[in-house]
Each structure stands twice: as C-alpha cells, then as structure tokens.
Design a protein. Sequence first.
Length: 406
Amino acid sequence: MLVYTRIAGETAPESHVLSTANATVGDLLEKVKNARTSKGREVSLLLDGAEPDALLADLGVTEGALLEIRAVGSPLPSVKPQDDAPEIDFSSLVVAPVSAKKTTEYEAVTELLQWHSPFHIDGGRPAQVVWTPESTVLQSVDWEAYRSPDKLYYRTYMTRQSRNDRSVSTAFRYAEETGQLSSVDADHVEVMRRFVGALQYPDWGLCMLHQHITRFCMSSWISGASSFMMFDQLRHAQLYGRLAIAYGEIYEGFDDPQQSWMEDDRMQPTRQIIEELLVELDWGKSFIIAGLLVEPLFTTASHALIAGRRGRDGDTLAPFVCQSILEDKQRHRDSVEAFVQLVAEDPENGDLNRGLITMWADEWLPRAHAAASMLVGDDADSLAAVQAAHDVVAERIAALRTSEAL
C-alpha cells in the first residue's frame, strides 16, 4: 500500500510503502518518524479515530492518499537543516486524484466513432464536401461536446421502443377485437380516408433526411442522436400506415394514400417543404430547419387533424397512436434544441450561428406555419393548436435574437 504524508505547514509530500493492506496507524507513523522530514520529532496522524492500532483502511485511507501529519518537539541536532536538503521535484510525487465522474455506458459506446481525417478518399474526393467543417455553414470549436438529453444508445433505445410498441399493438388489437372503429363518426372516417395514409410520407421524408445527417455530421454524438430519430420517423410513418390499414378493414377507400399526398391541395405545401429539405446537403442546416421549425408544426397539425376531435368521433385508437408518436417527437425536439444551444453558445462562432438560425427561421417558419394551417383546414380548434405550436417556436427564435439561452 502506497500513501503520501506531509508535515502540516512544513514540507512537501513524502511517499511511504506499507507492506500490508491491513496496515495500522502505528505502522504508518513508524515510517514517518524515521523519515527525514520528521527530524526526529514525535508525530501523529491528523485524522479522526487515528489510534495506533486502527486500520488505515477502516479510516477511509486508500491507495495513493495524501495524509496530514502533526510533528511536535524540537528537531534532533543530528538532522541537517532543511536548507541543506537536496532539491526535489515535489510535483512528481503528487498522485493525480481519481476522477469522481465515471464514464457512462452511453458515453463509452458513442464517443469518437464518426469519420475523422486523414481519409483514404482525400486524393479523389467527390464534389460533395464530406466530413469537414465545410459540410455545414454552422461552426463549432468542438462538435464532440454535443450530448443528446435522452442519452440513448442501442440497448436503451430498443428497450424503450419495444415497450412502447407493445402498448400500441395492444391498442390496435383491442380496437379490432371490440370493433371500435366500426362506430366512428362518418365525418371523421372521411378525414381519415383523405389524410391518415398520406401522413406516412412526411415522416418517411424526415427518415431519409436523418440518413444524410447521420452519415455526414461531424460527431458520433450527433450521428447517434440522429440515427434514433431516423428509426423513430420510420416507426411513425408505419404507425400512420397501420391506422390506415385498421380503417381499411372496415371502410372503403384506404388503399391508395399516395394519391392524396401527390394531389390533395391541403397536402401540397407540406410536400414541397419536405422535398426541399431532402435536397438540402448542409446537414446542420437541415437538422435545425426540420427539427426546430418544421416538425413541431407538422406534427401538431397532423394530430389535430386525425385525433383532435376524439370526444365526438368515437375513435380512441388514433389519439393513443398519436400520443406514442408525440413522446418520440418530444425527445427529438429536446435533442435538436441541445444542438441549437451547442452552436448558439459556441465561444467563437455563437454570433455567426445565431444569425444563420434566425435567418433560416425568417424564411422557413412562416412557410411551415402556412403549410400546417393549410393541412388542418378551417377547424378553429386545430388552427388554434397550430398557432400555439408556432408561438412556442417563435419564442425560441426570439431568444436567439437577443442572445438568450434556449
């Protein structure tokens, strides 16, 4: 057992090797008393309960500990003055303290996985600039500083979503066994026929968008968060499809959702936005526009459309599915806001990044608001929900304009 001692107020640390892990206070003090620094004086350990026969381990003394010693009495004449002692690099004797923060499994399996230079493709890189700061106009002194608030990695993600999907599957099975959808209000059936299948396409578009972000972003921390968002978007697209199938088992007209997506006037502003996002090659820009400005309004409009009138429509399945989707979306928004905060508070590039984000908001937020409003039609409650979602996003943008934290 190796420990260090220091005469209180006098000397630098001095090392002592004790022959047993069951060393006592007396064993240590014998070593100290015979050391040069004690100068032949009586010594005692400045530690509660430091009786001679007390075990150091029982007093909380661990390997490499630095202990304070009190020395009393006059130095023996045979001991040379301290000024004659050889110079010692005392910094080399100090054991670095063990970090109290233990690396989490999320940190251990996520860090430093993304591609970094030098690359084998440096001699023949395609026109698309990849894995370099130029791949996004946003700038950061440390992309590796990003952390997703949900701290998800594969094992915890699968555990969470497996539980969520079991609940959703139970709801679908219950609706089928009880014939619940057969008594849904006719007007609501028409809304579902027109829109529920088509709602797959925007989330499928966001799924593809996150494939690009995952591939080209500058940090595995960001890529990991984007990957799980991608999987969730696929889940959401398929849940809207399952709702269409459940209705199609009872009602006609649920076989071709693509026609509504391609032709319905109320869907076209949303389709245009999603298509434009899909050809945006700046991963940082698309991450923020999709996650901060577009998705919250689109999801609010979609859910207001198919689940907002459940009290008089008789459909309890769609609201349950929408709630499961919304829980994922809220995680996504938290992850995107953490990204926004990273770039907005960057010590060297914060002003630049905030200016870019607010410029994008000026262009995209009004369009997202108009598309969401068009999607819900003239229903007053749904329009109010879309307006409330818009106001939440606008408050975040206003905070960026005044350099306040999100």
